[in-house]
Design a protein around this ligand. Sequence first.
Ligand SMILES: Nc1ncnc2c1ncn2[C@@H]1O[C@H](COP(=O)(O)OP(=O)(O)O)[C@@H](O)[C@H]1O
Ligand SMILES: O=C(CO)[C@H](O)[C@H](O)COP(=O)(O)O
Length: 555
Amino acid sequence: MNRKYAIGVDYGTQSGRAVLVDLSNGHEVADHVTPYAHHVIDERLPHSGEALEADWALQHPLDYIEVLTTSIPEVMKQSGIDPADVIGIGIDFTACTMLPITELHEPLCTLPAYQDNPHSWVKLWKHHAAQDEANLINEMAAKRGEKWLARYGGKISSEWMLAKIWQILNEAPEIYEAADQFVEATDWVISQLTGQITRNSCTAGYKAIWHKQDGYPSEAFLASLDPRLEKLADTKLRGDIVPLGTKAGELNEKLAALTGLRPGIAVAVGNVDAHAAVPAVGVVTPGKLVMAMGTSICHMLLGDEEKEVEGMCGVVEDGIIPGFYGYEAGQSAVGDIFEWYVDEAVPAYVKEEAAQAGVSVHEWLEGKAALQQPGQSGLLALDWWNGNRSTLVDTDLTGLLLGCTLLTKPEEIYRALLESTAYGTRKIVDAFRSSGVAVDTLYACGGLPQKNRLLMQIYADVTNMEIRVADSKHTPAVGAAMFAAVAAGPEAGGYATIVEAAENMARVREEALRPNPEHAAVYEELYQEYVTLHDYFGRGGNDVMKRLKNLKKHY
Ligand SMILES: Nc1ncnc2c1ncn2[C@@H]1O[C@H](COP(=O)(O)OP(=O)(O)O)[C@@H](O)[C@H]1O
Ligand SMILES: O=C(CO)[C@H](O)[C@H](O)COP(=O)(O)O
């Protein structure tokens, strides 16, 4: 039999990537990236140009289709593979990235009647403007003793589905009414490939408070928030919820023609980016923390038992790999903080010197920062440029840089920002361990491990742990292709289970990053200072960040 292949498509924050993967060994035969034409929409609405309020982050759903129709033909062309040997397609997505759609699955924002209403657009995972709703959900759930709250670390995030839907209902009831369903973008793209909505258990479990045995929060709870939400689960979130690796359907004629693939091949149900990456680095057992490192970091871990961990994003049975409890925690800005610094705060001379040296500003700063020793700059930062997603779960917290003097250099600030994100990860590791969930080894994948070696060494030193790095360029996409192989099944040349797919296809580099003991000792001291600042500004010692944010609201 000829070699068989699957397509994995990874939808990130700024772009989507398609990868053609060899199912015999997980090798990425060809890949192609399509940046989103409309980028992240966080300042002005397309078409009307209306200014968006603070903390909004939207996307254009047709950018997602463009990824399919541009990147898939491109990988097919690059590889020269016969479409007859491509047996399936799978996708992974940022989440909770959600949109209102009509009965015909049209995004409301693509219809002239709704396009000028910001609530008709895709709300991206980092849309944080539903914090008031999230606070009320948490208050009410705690008051009623809702048992699901513990599964989400004691707090639902403003990023999650219910907070976003309730914000739509509060601020644009006409959009709530017009929406036939609210769907995760990952499920919407699958509906475009297959013709029907199939909701996946991963986004439903982590982002929409759905539980395998108990379903969604009860009607009584939803009605206690707002009587108009009482029937939400049975109406606008309706439909069966199926496990990862399930075949959602077959590729329809329209998308087959647009992508150059054969109609009828298996389409796997949607998945989340970080979750898809776990089997792709070969992690199918507990104790191995996988960090999907890009714009943000998601920390993924398997466990044998369901434990309560402060501020985790969630624990979902079978949520990552069947047979285990899948834990997720995360930092809502990592690469985004470095990008902010490079775009908004670096002096002109740095940009000029980087240009002269023929390197990016990131690379220039990394090179200079690597010459510094831990503690040498006297700087310490809190990594809350986009709020805190674990362990405090509070998007009203903001960033902090301490210790600047008239001699502080840009590369020192850059290094302090890299370090702050490593401390944030260490805090998450400590939270798992103190709740009895083992973390023995770190695995890293995503864009950052390939882009910044210093960053990765700092993570090894701050956590004092070895880090295994993925040997794939687009790890979540390889994971999505693995789930496609499972959806296609052994009869088509795929696999029976994701564990079997991982045994054959997962890849990590031989060489691991090891902590430097001298650096680790200094970082231990600095981390304790970080913890002091974390608790002081994050646990009510001084709510100055919130007061400042409130003042800002007057402008
Ligand atoms: N050399 C670098 N060092 C550190 N961060 C970088 C570097 N180059 C780009 N970045 C950051 O990487 C992030 C994008 O990560 P990537 O994994 O490629 O995408 P995504 O988060 O969309 O999946 C951006 O936030 C950007 O600031
Ligand atoms: O919440 C998440 C997954 O549960 C991710 O952080 C979010 O999807 C963004 O991912 P990325 O930083 O790779 O763009």
